[in-house]
Every structure is written in structure tokens, then in C-alpha cells.
Design a protein around this ligand. Structure first.
Ligand code: AMP
Length: 526
């Protein structure tokens, strides 16, 4: 099963997968798609970043028919995930006439009722809202043949287990049930044994692989500003030759375009290129006329270049083995190499799995600040400016006019500096993603969290600081006030690190106890 066409799926889905830029099935897809297509119940132990959504999304799209009935439902813990999953299934169903609809709390229910009436085949929703519709009888699940519980452990932590059971009871007994979860705590096991029919279990390959001895670091980034973050890293590093890995062919094309636009010597490599195109790119990379090769895992497999100084995982690998393969492209022939991985808050768990399975530890690094980048870029900027000064004066008259006019009001050096800032200064501005925790009653610049364990599991502030620092990759000294009570704890962390702390600690274990985290409410302040 090394290609999507090895699966027993329709041409319209293969075409859609091709449009999405997937080159080959991810490990979790290889193991679960055939079983799901056979109609088996399945427990998949997989987290975000492994390709789990398409693992159940592809069989769903294959199985549902165009008739006007809901035939598959997916339960997700959050509205964000519902929207994301719905989007992914919609893309897979692009060439098939079926409709998907996300339903979640916070959106007008009458809007959802209207949308449901128009006829949908796949509904993705949060348990609370789904139940609400069932009670109003605006959702009919009699024809559901596939039920997916996505991120079941998170739904458990959010207190959705009773809702889930009620929803399951509204569906057909002979349905197929799929359960995906990063961890398998006892209540989830019980749920599985109660409602699933001899489920098969699949997990990512946990055979240990040894990572090569190259320097390995990671940077915490946000999805929306990833490109800017990458550029900052590129600008602050001495890169002789670098390979930048993307998940999909589309990702390669988009990133290559974006990097070229910003003046980097970059080109892309993926499976849709002809042999001669590929040879041309590889030749340019070998003789270093391009510095950055943007590639998918598949395309990079055949590459044998010995002096790669940097491997950059722009997208986190789908499994530990792929991580080890990727970073093995550097540090060859006795040369020093460095492997850098960009990690979004939701991918922190995937990073920890990679570390565990490949028996390696990645060092957390802070993104270089604009000032640091500027320091290194000064010479290059000056060079570009000199080139511009030496060029013909064509079309410059209009700019002289502006300068003359402004110079009457401002000193000329200030005018020039502002112009340079416009030209060079703003491109790499990294904005904060809105992980909106609301008002938490924290000190200025901090976010305060409520954690569901305290002295009852021997939480000890010093040790907790150490744990948070390690799990979330933030300096211990940046962590603020910690108040441990009998059954809970409050902790304060810097605002920009908060999404990472939140994602890292939620669903983790401290002293054997399952930990959950919520933004604190201001009235909890003491
Ligand atoms: P997930 O783990 O489902 O959240 O997926 C993470 C990301 O991987 C999503 O952006 C998917 O579109 C993408 N993805 C899923 N399967 C593949 C695949 N076989 N090849 C490349 N990308 C994939």
C-alpha cells in the first residue's frame, strides 16, 4: 500500500487526493484505510499531524451515497476541529456530489436547521450541539452507517462522555464505529468495549529508530505566520545548502513561490515534475546555484547530496520514521549539520512522540527577533541599496519629488530611514495568533490557567515549573506565579507562550494523574 491507487477507492477520490497534493498515504492511513473499507470497527491511536482525518475521511466519502440522508457523523471536541474536519472531508469529496456540514455551539441554530434541511450526507459536530439538534428532532441519524469519534480523549476531558453515549444510541446498531484518540484512558476503553464491534487497533509504528547525531532544534510557530517565522530563521542562519520539507506537493509549490518572491534562491521538488525538470532542479542544488530545496518526503528520498548544512521541517513529519529519514539528509561525510523543526501549538504532542520513538531530544529555540535579523541583514540591505543607486535613474523622478517635499518638514535622514523600513522592515513581522483565552485575571502580559490537580497528586511548584518548561519548550524563569491548592492549581505563563503551555499540558500526566487545563476565570483570583 504505497500509493493511494492501491486502495479500493473511486477515481473521483483519487483525483481529489491528487488535487490536495498528497503524494502517498501516511503510515496511519496505510494501516487504517483498508480495514475501514472492509467495514471493520477501528480504534486508531493517532494525533494531529499524522493524517488521521483523511484516514477516516477517505472511507467516509467512498461509502456515502448521493441520496438525501445523513450517512456519516463525526464527533469532535471543539468547533475549530469540526470546521477543520469538515473542510478536509469536503476537499476529499470535491468531485462527488455529497455535502458535509459542521454544526457546533455558538453558531445560530436556525441557520444550521436550514442547512440540514437542504440535505447533507456527512455531519461533523460537537456533542452538545449535536444532542441539541437530536432533541429538537432537526437531525435524523437512522441512516447513519459510519460514526467517528475524533480526539475521543479530549472529548472525555471536556465532559462529553454522557452526550456521546446519548448520540450513539440514536444511531443504527449495525453502524460501523471508528474511534481516534491520542491516548487510551480507561473510560475511553470502556466506551469502546460498550459500543464497538470487535474493533481492530492501529497505532503509529513505535519500533524505535535511532536518530543520527546531528544538532536538532525546534521553533514554536503559529500556523498563520509560519512563513514569516521561516524567513526569520533563514535570515539568521548561515545556510550553505538547505532542504525544506513540506507535507504536500501543493505545499512545496506555494512555499517555493513565496520564497522566490522574497528573493531567496529556492526551488521545489515533488512527484509531479518530469524527470528533466527534476534533473534541472537537482543540478542547480548540487552546484549551489540554489540554496534551498523545497521538497516532499517522497521527492527527497532519492536525493544524495553530501554537503547539506540544514534540514528544515517546515511541516512536522507524519511519523518518527519520516523524521529520522529527513534529518539524515544532513551531517553527512563528517560535516556538521543541523535539523530544525517548526512546531505549532497543536503539533507539540506529535513532536514529543517523535522524540520518544526516535530516542532523541530537540532543543527549544526562540525565533530570532527582528533586531537580530536586521543586524545580519544590514550588509545585504546596503548592497541592494548601492545597486539601486548605481542603476539608471529611470522612473525615479517621482520619488525625488516626494523626498524633496517631505524634507521640508522632516530631516532627510529620517525620510530615508522610513523609506528603508518600508522596503525591508515589515516583511518579516510576526503577529500573534489569536488563541483567545479571554480575561483570566492574570498579571499584565500573562495568562492564568486553572489546572485540575493540586496537592492531592503532590504537585510541587518547583517541579511543576520544570515540567512546564520542558513540555512546552519555554524558559523556566518566564513562568509566573503558581498557587497550589488541595485539588487544583493556578499558574501564570507569558501570553505568547500560553497556547503552547495549554496544548502541552492539557491531556498530559503529572505524577500519574491525568491533567487538564482551562483558562482561569477572573473571579478565581485570590
Ligand atoms: P491531521 O493529522 O488529520 O490533522 O492532518 C494533518 C495535515 O496533513 C493536514 O493538513 C492534512 O491535509 C495533511 N495530510 C493528510 N494526509 C496526508 C498525506 N497522505 N500526505 C500529505 N499530507 C497529508
Amino acid at each position: 500500500m504505497n500509493s493511494f491507487s492501491d486502495f479500493n477507492i473511486s477515481k473521483n477520490i483519487l483525483d481529489a487526493i491528487h488535487d490536495m497534493g498528497f503524494e502517498e498515504p501516511s503510515p496511519i492511513q496505510k494501516s487504517s484505510i483498508p480495514l475501514i473499507l472492509e467495514g471493520k470497527d477501528l480504534i486508531g491511536q493517532a494525533q494531529t499531524g499524522t493524517g488521521k482525518t483523511a484516514a477516516f475521511g477517505i472511507p467516509i466519502v467512498e461509502n456515502v451515497e448521493a441520496k438525501n440522508r445523513i450517512q456519516a457523523i463525526v464527533l469532535t471536541p471543539t468547533r475549530e476541529l469540526a470546521i477543520q474536519v469538515s473542510g478536509e472531508i469536503r476537499r476529499i469529496a470535491r468531485h462527488k456530489k455529497i455535502r458535509t456540514l459542521p454544526i457546533y455551539g455558538g453558531q445560530s441554530i436556525s441557520h444550521q436547521i436550514r442547512a440540514l434541511k437542504q440535505g447533507v450526507q456527512v455531519v461533523i459536530g460537537t456533542p452538545g450541539r449535536m444532542l441539541d439538534h437530536l432533541k429538537r428532532k432537526t437531525l435524523k441519524l437512522d441512516d447513519v452507517k459510519m460514526l467517528v469519534l475524533d480526539e475521543a480523549d479530549e472529548m472525555l476531558d471536556m465532559g462529553f462522555i454522557d452526550d456521546i453515549e446519548q448520540i450513539i444510541r440514536h444511531t443504527n446498531r449495525d453502524r460501523q464505529t471508528l474511534l481516534f484518540s491520542a491516548t487510551m484512558p480507561p473510560p475511553i476503553r470502556r466506551l469502546a468495549s460498550k459500543y464497538m464491534n470487535k474493533p481492530e487497533e492501529v497505532a503509529i509504528n513505535r519500533t524505535r529508530v535511532a536518530a543520527p547525531s546531528v544538532d536538532q532544534v525546534y521553533y514554536k510557530v503559529f500556523e498563520r505566520t509560519k512563513l514569516d517565522s521561516l524567513c526569520r530563521i533563514l535570515d539568521s542562519e548561515d545556510i550553505q545548502l538547505g532542504i525544506v520539507f513540506c507535507r504536500t506537493k501543493r505545499g512545496v509549490d506555494e512555499l517555493t513561490d513565496a520564497l522566490q518572491e522574497r528573493g531567496y534562491l529556492a526551488d521545489g521538488l515533488h512527484g509531479d515534475l518530469t524527470q528533466s525538470q527534476r534533473d534541472k532542479v537537482m543540478k542547480a542544488f548540487r552546484d549551489a546555484s540554489i540554496e534551498l530545496l523545497v521538497a516532499t518526503d517522497v521527492a527527497a528520498r532519492g536525493i544524495d547530496v553530501s554537503n547539506v548544512s540544514h534540514v528544515i521541517n517546515y511541516d512536522i513529519p507524519q511519523d518518527p520514521e519520516s523524521y529520522v529519514h529527513r534529518i539524515g539528509r544532513t551531517g553527512r561525510a563528517g560535516r556538521k549539520g543541523i535539523a530544525m523543526t517548526l512546531v505549532t501549538p497543536r503539533e507539540l504532542k506529535q513532536l514529543r512522540t517523535i522524540e520518544k520513538v526516535s530516542r532523541t531530544k530537540l532543543e527549544a529555540r526562540n525565533l530570532p527577533s527582528f533586531e537580530e535579523v536586521a543586524e545580519r541583514q544590514q550588509a545585504a540591505w546596503k548592497q541592494q541599496l548601492i545597486q539601486q543607486l548605481e542603476r539608471d535613474e529611470d522612473h525615479r523622478e517621482i520619488f525625488y519629488e516626494i523626498v524633496r517635499e517631505l524634507s521640508e518638514e522632516y530631516p532627510t535622514d529620517r525620510v530615508a530611514a522610513a523609506a528603508l523600513q518600508l522596503a525591508f522592515g515589515q516583511t518579516h513581522h510576526v503577529e500573534e495568533e489569536v488563541y483567545d483565552f479571554g480575561e483570566t485575571g492574570a498579571s499584565k502580559g500573562m495568562v492564568r490557567f486553572f489546572m485540575n490537580v493540586g496537592k492531592n497528586v503532590n504537585i510541587e511548584p518547583r517541579k511543576l515549573v520544570q515540567d512546564i518548561s520542558e513540555l512546552a519548550g519555554i524558559p523556566a524563569r518566564s513562568i509566573g506565579r503558581i498557587d497550589v491548592f488541595d485539588r487544583f492549581t493556578f499558574l501564570e505563563v507569558p501570553r505568547d507562550a500560553a497556547p503552547f503551555v495549554y496544548e502541552a499540558l492539557r491531556q498530559s500526566k503529572i505524577n500519574g494523574a491525568r491533567v487538564n487545563l482551562e483558562p482561569a476565570k477572573p473571579r478565581n483570583k485570590r
